[in-house]
Design a protein around this ligand. Structure first.
Ligand code: HAM
Length: 534
């Protein structure tokens, strides 16, 4: 191998963030913080408190909450199963298949090694708390270990093992393997509504004054095909109202708050679309879906493969199609507004009145059905400019009954989640990006004595709220000023022997090069006034 190739081989691997994930860096993070701060400022006066649910939960929570057949749950979740669960499957298959073909002593031989391995995996899993420590599990684990021992002895020590005993042991292995209780599989959260409902139930929040209003912000995870505005780790800012009534005023106030937030962020070109998808009953959505399906059957041959598949599983999702050639077909399909029951119709009409009362501008979109199973009645989405095809910055809707579906009391619910990544992208596209973070004061110090003063001055100025850069080693005067301006500093505080002896510090304004001498107290005063004037 050549020297060059050898060197190349020795070079440590350079790591990159995993596909669909990314680092958020300064100065952009200043805008992220600003947006999050704005959300708090807008949500708190409406009576919301913050909830921070865990980032992973039992997979079944999402399957039941979001819906097992949705894209999110069926294709996009990051799921991890406890280690022994997969081994257990392998062992089960092995027992079954070897028993089927067993004609002699081969069976225990073949089983012996995987069984010993399984006992080891169990041991290590229980030491890592991957197996619930129930009395049954402890007993099964001990029994399995002793059977494995005996089986091993029979096979390796005895010449012709008693086949009946071997058979009996194998049956016992099967029984104890079956009775094992494993930790549930867990998934990284693809959204947070199901978690908030779980928390509402777990902490008996129905006993608090209703409704309970909660907001959250944080990362969500979906294994989608990454593109602009679509990531595998993305961030949402969301809010949920749980319990109490389903008065349309609640829906309207939530939407009013959302639009106030976008306004305060300075988001451009927002468009709010609303719809009502009724409730799951024969005289409402179920009846409509049956009609829709019947109509879709008639045009099936003209639909693409995706729509044909959706037609079978969830016909409403066909309305989501963006395919050019399907648009004219979809426009002619029956519309849900004409098939809502009286209660849902009244609710929807009242929602529109309430929005108008609050000066919220909306557009009706009868095709807005959303991709999660829990919605009923009100659904809404907000788009913004500068985002290309992934232009939905927020989605939400009503989900009465979800809490009950997750084992809680009957409770109304409505909420939304904002895609923070997309919100930030749109703000940046319209020129609202954060400016690089400069410094207020750069301290150019020279000499040992001045250094001690510089360290103290830096501490005092930072305490007073100024952004201060103190170079760790002495720099030549010219070099120090060059660094100061590269960092975007407003002032250079020049500290040398003379300044320290006289107690008069030199402050240079970098924008115009002017200089002045100030006492320590006068300098602080001057900087404070300058900052207040900015
Ligand atoms: P969602 O429509 O699935 O609803 O997501 C809400 C928003 O999250 C989307 O409008 C989009 O801005 C953003 N988003 C979704 N997936 C990605 C991704 N892969 N990359 C970047 N941004 C993304 C929900 O999650 C519901 N939990 C909303 C809700 C709350 N409904 C009631 N309460």
């Amino acid at each position: 191998m050549s020297e060059g190739a050898k060197k190349k081989e020795e070079k440590p691997r350079k790591f990159q963030a995993i596909r669909g994930t990314r680092d958020l860096l300064p100065p952009d993070t200043a805008l992220w913080n600003h947006v999050e701060q704005t959300a708090r400022e807008v949500f708190v006066p409406y009576g919301y408190g913050e909830i921070r649910p865990p980032i992973f939960e039992v997979t079944e929570l999402f399957a039941r909450g979001v819906g097992g057949d949705t894209d999110i749950v069926s294709k996009e979740m990051f799921t991890f199963s406890p280690d022994p669960l997969s081994r257990l499957e392998a062992l089960r298959t092995l027992i079954l298949s070897t028993r089927e073909y067993w004609g002699g002593t081969d069976f225990p031989q073949a089983l012996n090694e995987p069984l010993q391995e399984f006992v080891d995996v169990l041991k290590s899993a229980s030491s890592r708390a991957q197996i619930p420590e129930t009395a049954e599990n402890v007993a099964s684990q001990a029994q399995l270990a002793s059977i494995a021992n005996r089986l091993n002895q029979l096979i390796t020590v005895e010449d012709s093992p008693d086949i009946d005993e071997v058979n009996d042991l194998c049956e016992k292995v099967e029984l104890s393997v079956e009775s094992f209780q494993f930790q549930d599989a867990a998934s990284l959260r693809p959204e947070a509504t199901a978690s908030v409902c779980r928390a509402y139930i777990e902490h008996n929040m129905q006993q608090l004054p209703q409704p309970v209003k909660l907001y959250y912000m944080g990362p969500m995870f979906r294994r989608e095909r990454p593109q602009k505005g679509r990531y595998r780790q993305f961030y949402q800012i969301g809010a949920e109202i749980l319990g109490g009534s389903d008065a349309p005023a609640i829906d309207a106030e939530l939407i009013e708050m959302l639009m106030a937030f976008f306004d305060k962020c300075g988001l451009q070109g927002t468009e709010l679309s609303i719809n009502s998808i009724g409730h799951a009953s024969d005289n409402c959505r179920r009846g409509y879906v049956a009609k829709l399906k019947a109509e879709l059957e008639k045009v099936k041959d003209r639909l693409g493969a995706d729509s044909q598949r959706r037609m079978e599983k969830n016909p409403l999702r066909v309305l989501d199609s963006k395919l050019e050639h399907e648009q004219a077909i979809i426009e002619k399909l029956p519309r849900i507004a004409d098939h809502l029951c009286d209660d849902c119709k009244t609710h929807y009409a009242a929602l529109k009145r309430e929005l108008e009362l609050r000066g919220v501008i909306y557009r009706e979109n009868w095709r807005l059905v959303r991709g999660l199973d829990y919605y009923m009645r009100t659904t809404f989405e907000i788009t913004a400019q500068g985002l290309g095809s992934q232009n939905a910055v927020c989605g939400g809707g009503r989900y009465d009954g979800l809490v009950e579906l997750l084992g809680g009391p009957p409770a109304k619910g409505i909420g939304f989640a904002i895609g923070e990544d997309r919100l930030i992208l749109s703000l940046q596209e319209s020129g609202k990006g954060a400016a690089p973070q400069g410094r207020d004061v750069y301290i150019a110090w020279m000499g040992e004595r001045a250094y001690a003063t510089a360290v103290r001055a830096a501490k005092d100025l930072r305490n007073a709220g100024f952004r201060v850069e103190l170079p760790p080693t002495e720099l030549k005067f010219g070099k120090a000023l060059e660094r100061a301006s590269k960092l975007g500093s407003c002032f250079a505080l020049i500290l040398g022997d003379n300044e320290v002896t006289d107690g008069q510090w030199t402050l240079k304004t970098l924008a115009d090069g002017s200089q002045q001498k100030l006492s320590e107290a006068a300098l602080l005063e001057y900087l404070r006034n300058q900052k207040a004037g900015l």
